[in-house]
Design a protein around this ligand. Sequence first.
Ligand code: PAF
Length: 272
Amino acid sequence: MKILKTPAEAIEYRKSLKGTLGFVPTMGALHEGHLSLIKKAREENDFVIVSIFVNPTQFLPGEDFNKYPRRLEADFEICKRAGVDAVFTPSPENMYSEDEILVKAPKIKGYILEGFFRPGHFDGVLQVVNKLFNIIRPTRAYFGKKDAQQLYLIKQMVKNFFFDIEIIEGETIREKDGLAMSSRNIYLSEEERKRALSISKALKRAAKLSMSTKNIEKIKEEMLKILDVDKLQYIAFVDRDFNYIEKIQPNNTIILIAAYVGSTRLIDNIWI
Ligand code: PAF
């Protein structure tokens, strides 16, 4: 497995590949969620590249950029075992220059929900994904449904900037008890982890209720009874294009939650 440390190295390596290329962009601390994307990419392409880059521009001041888990050697091992051809691990200095041309998330859908509570977060995500797409030039790029708004915005960027890249969605991978896999779960104490479970339980209950009622207020009320978090930021009901909806639309609804458990901010969602 090749380790590519600079954009120039990655661009050179990319030129040498003849065939389809699957790309899995990550910030490392790889877990089963990432692995399922890597496996899918491995099955569907001749070559697979994974990027590991904790992107500074998508963290707001005061967020967990410095303490974000970094486990490069363990991640390399996981990638090697999964049959990845190359890992791209650039440094921030190699990826960014001063006074850059900036990509802006759309004014509405980039600034609601996650974008409201983390203003500018999606500007940073789109900026780095734009760079990564230009360096790697994948045939297909793989993103998880757990970051549903990110996934939507990346698809929008691909359309708006005419990238010739197919975006492939990966299902949210959960622990046995339902907790959505996230690199941030390691911040949770034992007690917090138990309460964090209330998030996936509330979503599961909402999905079940949506089979008998389309009434969002009623569903939300039931979800609030289950949730045992320290600070709920939002429960939201949107369609697959991130428009707010007033009634459940079968096969076109995403229910999302963002909440703090202790000092850890968690997000999860369910597609119905
Ligand atoms: O989802 C992530 O891990 C990041 O937002 C991404 C897409 C790798 C961009 O830094």
